[in-house]
Design a protein around this ligand. Structure first.
Ligand code: ADE
Ligand code: ZN
Length: 333
């Protein structure tokens, strides 16, 4: 089973690029760029990769953004993740970051957009990996900032696959961003949002009704609302579940308590992703392994979720066919 999962062709739909910065990378970049990170050594920094909730985590996540000082730095962080993708046979990946953080540091919006775009071109050329960039609005900064972010990004819309909503969830429902996401849709950009990670099921309804999401990041709190589960099963709206993130951020006490098997049993369109693999100490393979080792999810469930990830991606239909064929060939051998 371990070997099967390790080598299985995979698709990742929910991964924040700064969340793939291992403590060693963060440390090296801080030194290279002469940035004082406030830790005396790598072990101290690693020991700080422990969180009680999403807000605490976001603080540490932001430290990663502070040590990135050039397009080349961000490109290098992306390429390090793509090398991990090769190891884990991740063939298509859709990656989150945001432009606001870097704009606030004084960089132009194309800083992030070009770094990710160049990295994707090279990932395709070197490794055959496809995917795209999905910037998020930082929800706790509010809708006016989101609106400004959108204006800054629209000139580069050809390099943007989707726009999402991330960061601190409670107190910032998708409804606050209704008019901005209407403009995102008008620009022909896919709409996604983190919803129902820490905040209740209402936030998932709001993502559906107010901003018309095509995919939900997390969505685990949907189980609290029977009518919502029915709706999600009927529409097969994809939910990108990140098991190790949910345990690391104390949404579940441990992996055995994770509700992914229930979600799968109910026929929800769930798939497994890593969210912030370095901070939560688990890339995609490790997330899948942890789920099969600690819950009732079987090999068939893992395969079903790998298919869900392909179908829930924004890859074109030709690429989806190719990814499905790769998976089917692998499973039938
Ligand atoms: N940014 C990075 N990881 C996140 C998460 N799990 N939830 C919201 N925002 C994030
Ligand atoms: Zn996330």
């Amino acid at each position: 089973m371990k070997k099967f999962i390790k080598k299985m062709p995979k698709v990742e739909l929910h991964m924040h690029v700064e969340g793939s910065m291992e403590a060693e990378t963060l440390w090296e970049l801080a030194h290279h760029n002469d940035y004082k990170i406030g830790y005396n050594n790598i072990d101290e920094l690693k020991a700080a990769y422990k969180f009680n909730n999403l807000t605490e985590f976001i603080d540490m996540y932001m430290l990663g953004t502070r040590v990135i000082k050039s397009e080349q730095d961000l490109y290098d962080v992306c390429m390090t993740y793509f090398k991990k993708c090769v190891e884990q046979n991740i063939q298509h990946t859709e990656i989150h970051s945001d432009i606001r953080t870097y704009v606030d540091y004084g960089y132009p919006p194309e800083f992030v957009i070009n770094a990710l775009h160049s990295a994707f071109i090279d990932a395709k050329r070197l490794y055959g990996i496809t995917g795209g960039f999905m910037p998020c609005f930082i929800r706790h900064l509010g809708n006016d900032v989101a609106q400004q972010d959108l204006e800054l990004m629209l000139p580069f819309k050809d390099k943007i696959l989707a726009i999402g909503l991330s960061a601190i969830e409670v107190g910032y429902p998708p409804s606050l961003f209704k008019d901005t996401f209407a403009k995102v849709r008008d620009a022909g950009i896919h709409v996604i949002a983190h919803a129902g990670e820490e905040a209740p099921a209402d936030y998932i309804w709001s993502a559906i009704k107010d901003i018309k999401v095509e995919r939900i990041d997390h969505g685990i709190r949907c189980l609290d609302d029977e009518r919502l589960v029915e709706y999600l099963v009927e529409t097969q709206l994809p939910l990108t579940v990140c098991p190790q993130s949910n345990v690391a951020l104390k949404i579940f006490k441990d992996m055995s308590q994770h509700t992914l098997p229930i979600m799968l049993d109910k026929g929800l369109n769930v798939s497994i992703h890593s969210d912030d693999p370095a901070h939560f100490n688990a890339y995609l393979t490790e997330n899948m392994l942890s789920i099969v080792e600690n819950t009732a999810v079987t090999k068939a469930g893992i395969i079903q979720m790998a298919k869900n990830a392909i179908n829930g991606s924004f890859a074109n239909s030709e690429r989806k066919k190719e990814l499905l064929l790769n998976l089917n060939n692998y499973c039938n051998n």
